[in-house]
Write a protein that binds this ligand. Structure first.
Ligand SMILES: *Cc1c(COP(=O)(O)O)cnc(C)c1O
Length: 389
């Protein structure tokens, strides 16, 4: 019998919430204004400064952001939006909810990002937009995607849920290109509890999102209830309830200030994983592209080599849990979910690289407060699990 390396459960992700953030939330709660108001306004300005994006719209989630960004393109039935099967299912779901058809392009085996060599073949007369994912915080080859988008007159919505703080060829994600959608879910690189934001260079799209995120009302509630505000308003469209609250922004303001430190910590840990696992027969670790980038390291997600390890990814995850270590599954190939098979006719074999990754990928513990000692213990547990101890 081996002795337990972890006495209690060690999670795969945990947010780091500093005392300043907690004090800000308390101040917000005591201020008498807890929904959309001055703190969301400040968070929006801070995000604009950080991402260098022309227009920023904070929202209740990235899923809301993808939905509204797509609705802002005024898609019509039969229109197609291209994304990949190696993503969280919200990327596909929101395309369907916006009335279009998700057309998938397989990913690249080293980075799990959209394979730009396969992109052109997927573009048809009906294609309206491309929605690439910056997987794990590694920027996809934006120059290649935007070159094709320009040539074929397509919009680009970057699913940047993993990628706040990442850079592509020296530019921070959000500072260039068409439209980006960020997530502030607790597992992401920074959090507002739940939350998200759209950044865009398209003023019309930004205005449309402002309208649709709050019932289609042409003025924000906090203006109405202020001293100079009016109670009257107009409804221009049947909108949603996708606004961010000040309670969330209170967290976000301080998370954003800490973000570069968080990414630095994640990078140190990810590089240690890479260093210690690169030569292991049990693992295939992600490989980096040739172009210049800064990785945000949202996830460290290698592929298990099931034959050498003599176990499946699911067995591995189960054994890690038995040893008190949490792991994550990001992601199963999305085209194989029953809805997508039934409604869009996708089948096993359609996207072999995504399917191979989806069978073997596992996210190992990675978060800013994780210490090197804890990481060594995780590596020890992996070693024990592989050796059948
Ligand atoms: C987390 C995530 C989303 C959705 O983010 P929410 O803020 O939880 O709605 C969308 N796409 C990807 C790739 C994600 O990882």
């Amino acid at each position: 019998m081996s002795t337990a390396v972890f006495d209690s459960f060690f999670p795969f992700s945990r947010p780091s919430i500093c005392d300043n953030a907690i004090a800000e939330v308390v101040a917000c709660l005591k201020s008498g204004w807890i929904t959309t108001g001055p703190r969301v306004q400040q968070f929006s300005e801070d995000l604009q400064t950080y991402t260098e994006a022309p227009y920023v719209r904070p929202l209740s989630s990235a899923t809301a952001g993808l939905h509204l960004a797509l609705l802002g393109l005024h898609l019509e039935p039969g229109d197609e939006v291209i994304t990949t099967p190696m993503t969280f299912v919200a990327s596909l779901n929101t395309i369907v909810l916006a009335g279009a058809k998700p057309v998938l392009v397989d990913v690249e085996p080293n980075t799990y990002n959209l394979d730009v060599n396969k992109l052109e073949a997927a573009i048809t007369e009906k294609t309206r937009a491309i929605m690439p994912i910056h997987f794990a915080g590694l920027p996809v080859d934006l120059d290649a995607i935007y070159a094709l988008a320009k040539q074929r007159r397509l919009r680009v919505i970057e699913d940047a849920a993993h990628a706040i703080g990442a850079h592509y060829k020296g530019k921070i994600i959000g500072s260039c290109g068409d439209t980006q959608v960020f997530s502030f879910h607790p597992n992401k690189n920074m959090t507002t509890g739940e939350g998200g934001a759209v950044t865009t260079r398209d003023l019309e799209l930004a205005k449309r999102i402002s309208l649709l995120r709050f019932h289609g009302i042409d003025r924000e509630a906090w203006n109405r209830f202020g001293k100079d505000g009016k109670q009257q308003y107009d409804v221009i469209a049947p909108g949603f309830k996708y606004n961010m609250m000040d309670i969330q922004a209170a967290l976000g303001i301080h998370q954003l200030r800490a973000l570069n430190d968080f990414i630095e910590r994640r990078t140190t840990l990810a590089k240690r994983y890479l260093e210690k696992m690169a030569d292991s027969p049990y693992w295939t670790v992600p490989k980096m592209p040739d172009y210049d980038f800064k990785h945000a390291w949202h996830l460290f997600a290698p592929l298990i080599n099931p034959e050498q390890a003599n176990m499946s990814r699911d067995d591995f995850m189960h054994k890690m849990k038995e040893n008190n270590v949490g792991t994550g599954l990001h992601y199963q190939a999305a085209h194989l979910y029953p809805y997508y098979q039934e409604h869009f006719g996708y089948r096993e074999g359609d996207f072999p690289v995504a399917e191979m990754i989806g069978e073997r990928i596992v996210s190992l513990p990675l978060f800013p407060d994780m210490t090197v000692e804890q990481q060594d213990k995780v590596l020890q547990v992996i070693d024990n699990v592989m050796k059948g101890n």
